[in-house]
Design a protein around this ligand. Sequence first.
Ligand SMILES: [Zn+2]
Length: 140
Amino acid sequence: MSEPSELLTSVLTCMDHRLDPLPILGLEPREAHVVRNAGGYLTDDAIRSLCLSQQLAGTRRVVVLHHTDCRASEKTAEDYRAMVETGTGVSPNWDVVPVGNPLQRARIAMEQLKASPLVDTTRLEGYIYDVNDGSLTPVE
Ligand SMILES: [Zn+2]
């Protein structure tokens, strides 16, 4: 019988189907709360989820996991708005500013997290996952 898993980590990442965050980060099932959205942006709801992960379940390690070739980050906000308007007939009122460079995207999310009084960032880590070669690069 294996050791019981311990929930210590929360992860903010993109919804991209090429990312399987737990094995990428060397974690077992049940070892992390995973907060996902298009682009892995630190939205208000992502902050709410990371905050409740810490307050309800006691997670302390926070990982920002971004990736190369992010289709939710390659266009401008205006391009996404126009695409959605064409596809749905509705112009969305989203406040996410897409950032194409994954390293820059991760650094922005990490700085925003550090500025939030709702999330303890004492154990904050960031990584870039390369969807082409499977490599994982820490964010300095
Ligand atoms: Zn993505």
